[in-house]
Design a protein around this ligand. Sequence first.
Ligand SMILES: [Zn+2]
Length: 280
Amino acid sequence: MNIIKGTVFALLIFAAPAVAQQNPDWHRELPGFKIAGNLYYVGTADLAVYLINTPQGNILINSDFPEDVPLIKKSIERLGFKYSDTKIILASHAHGDHDAAVGIIKKDTGARLMIMDADVAETESTRPGRPGAKVDRVLHDGDAVELGGSKLTAHLTPGHTKGCTTWTMQVDEGGKKLNAVIIGSPNVNAGYVLVGNKNYPQIADDYVKTFRVLKSLPVDLFLGAHGAYFGMLAKVEKMKAGGPNPFIDPAGYKAYVSEREATFLKEWERQKQNPGTPAP
Ligand SMILES: [Zn+2]
């Protein structure tokens, strides 16, 4: 029993850093670009950061790791915006690859940090490896975040974390309204326990709820917390080549959500058959 517990613990501790070392795109520079309307991409080659530009300043979704902040700043400035104009900082979910630098951005810019209720404790936690940033506004499912005429809606899509958040907004592109969906995460990470999870008993039901929410959202622009979710690097190349905006991809969104749901259901079934064995 102790050996099993030890193994599970080791998996939980080492899973994230192992992934971090294996994905060179996480900290690779990608020039910032306009997605549509007042919505821009200012993250790295995989860790997504979104900028919403308004006449009253900018909103950022995600911070990435502290080492990525200089790249984010550079992207913001090269697009003609000011890092110091950041008024609000939001997050996809309370994992370091998306929020480890929220405290740094708050300190640098004076932006207000707004986080979904069930992720607040994790965001503010100062245990080793966590940033411990103070949350200025606690969000609840369906809450709106508004600035300078732009409105974002926070959808609770839990499972990956308890407060995992999918952000939606409408952007105006040439007089046309486009529905943007920024998926928080539909993924079951290595080490996750879906059956008999003492720290998160309702985890599997939460994933079920998440897929229901994701399937219900109107979508034109398919986006997410990692570029890999929506084939970003290939779409950036397509965009350079001209033609229709490749980020308008409702079919790609549907296919992605269906595939992730099938993967979750398969893993849930596997754990029901093999209780106590976490996700590989
Ligand atoms: Zn995550």
